[in-house]
Design a protein around this ligand. Structure first.
Ligand code: ATP
Ligand code: F6P
Length: 434
């Protein structure tokens, strides 16, 4: 259960060391980066009896602080990347490294190999000492220079390793699972009264992490998904009664499918996890698709990985190493159902199925994401050096913020089906309002 105290940003102790950053210069540019502003938001938390209550949460603006908890010259930091890939991971690693080593003067930054696995010496590779030569070129590359993994590690074993390596700050780049792992680790270190800062940096192309308006990698994923949708549109348009069906990632949330549909403007049906749709019958997906093809000669359908799972009820899905439910493959299922539907009606049709899943997340970050990564990495360093712990860098209302991890993982962000993005999708697709 989340307690009120979990909703406050934890600190390791009094920050006593003067910061080497130039605050006068920051002030001349508006001072926004070091004046801590806060705002009130409402947070849904579930208490004992499953009652959802609304609790006000004070958010703290991220940014450099005048006094630090750690003496930069005596600090050891480490970076770990976990979960699935996302464009921009290397950019964040680079940004964290440069902010630490060049702006704060931290002498030792370790790269933890292959996610939390690298914090368990029994199964993981040894950390690498990051240096300028290694880190300098990685921003041009997709993936993560440190490697990643899924699957649990014992927080006690990880805490032992962190203490043995004398790591003062650990930056955990990953999705909601990674942030949960970071929280467990933070709790274990707190229990030991170890002065180690755990700072999360949100990573997901799915954009489903709370308190992050737009996570890094999402914009790049939209660019790539858009290219594939354009291909599907051209194929559908130039065939006789052509249908282009594109499956995109999005386990719990339809942000990629919805965003890419709006970017493309050529999509006629967008199917997302948040809105169960009727497959058959009048007004259902198949009938509506047939109607569209009869009227316009072609159609483009975008389906998110987590959509339509109600169609598989009763089937027990498998789980990955981290415990994430593996969805039934809605893409190939729809492909086969669409073909069967048109065959039954003896309605000639050509269907092209495109599944660009890994293509949209393994590529280098685009310009916008590179910018977000740079800022996120630097804010994470400011938080860590100030001794903030159990926090993740978020972004709300145009401000980077330090958010307590329990608040982050207390809810999953999903599409607001009454919001602007979904309204945009409905306008673009003109699909039925299921
Ligand atoms: N509830 C949890 N408690 C502690 N650790 C967890 C939890 N869930 C996941 N982890 C750990 O965090 C790491 C990454 O988790 P996971 O594979 O779920 O990816 P993720 O961070 O959610 O990213 P993605 O969005 O790509 O799925 C794994 O090592 C996993 O074991
Ligand atoms: O094949 P993997 O690595 O498990 O990744 C697939 C998952 O990664 C995600 O993109 C999240 O990072 C999900 O949308 C998807 O279900």
């Amino acid at each position: 259960m989340i307690e009120q105290k979990d909703l406050l940003v934890s600190g390791l102790g009094d920050p006593v060391h003067p910061s080497p950053l130039c605050f006068e210069s920051a002030k001349r540019h508006g001072g926004r980066h070091f004046v801590s502003e806060s705002e009130r938001v409402r947070l849904d938390i579930t208490e004992g009896g499953g009652r959802a209550v609304q609790t006000p949460l004070t958010l703290e603006e991220a940014g450099p602080r005048e006094r630090l908890f750690f003496d930069p010259r005596a600090t050891t930091a480490a970076i770990v990347t976990c979960g699935g890939l996302s464009p921009g991971l290397n950019n964040v690693i680079r940004s964290v490294f440069y902010e630490l080593s060049e702006n704060y003067g931290v002498p030792k930054v370790l790269g933890i190999r292959n996610g939390y696995r690298g914090l368990n010496p029994a199964v993981g590779k040894r950390p690498i000492l990051l240096n300028r030569e290694l880190v300098e070129p990685i921003d041009k590359l997709g993936g993560t220079a440190l490697g990643s993994s899924r699957g649990p590690q014992d927080p006690r074993v990880m805490a032992d390793f962190i203490e043995a390596q004398a790591i003062d700050i650990l930056f955990c780049l990953g999705g909601d699972g990674t942030q949960r792992g970071a929280h467990d680790l933070h709790k274990e270190l707190q229990r030991r009264e170890a002065k180690v800062a755990i700072v999360g940096i949100p990573k997901t192309i799915d954009n489903d992490i709370s308190f992050v308006h737009q996570s890094f990698g999402f914009a790049t994923a939209l660019d790539k998904a858009h290219e594939v949708i354009q291909a599907a549109h051209v194929e559908a348009r130039d065939a006789v009664n052509g249908i282009g069906l594109v499956k995109l990632m999005g386990r719990h949330a339809g942000f990629i499918a919805a965003g890419a549909s709006v970017v493309s403007q050529e999509v006629n049906f967008t199917l997302v996890p948040e809105i169960p749709f009727p497959l058959e019958g009048k007004g259902g997906f198949l009938e509506s698709l047939e109607d569209r093809v009869r009227r316009r000669g072609h159609a483009v359908v975008v389906v998110a990985e987590g959509a339509g799972q109600h169609l598989f009820e009763g089937k027990a899905g498998e789980r990955d190493a981290s415990g994430n439910l593996q969805h039934e493959d809605i893409g190939t299922y729809l492909r086969d159902r669409i073909k069967a539907h048109f065959a039954e009606r003896e309605f000639e049709m050509t269907l092209k199925y495109l599944d660009p899943s890994y293509f949209i997340r393994s590529v280098p970050a685009n310009g916008f994401d590179r910018f977000v990564c740079d800022q996120m990495g630097r804010h994470a360093v400011h938080a860590g050096m100030a001794g903030k712990t159990g926090v993740m860098i978020g972004m709300e209302h145009g401000h980077y913020i330090n958010v307590p991890i329990p608040a982050v993982v207390s809810r999953t962000k999903t599409l607001d089906v009454g919001g602007d993005l979904w309204r945009g999708v409905l306008q673009v697709t003109r699909q039925p309002r299921w």
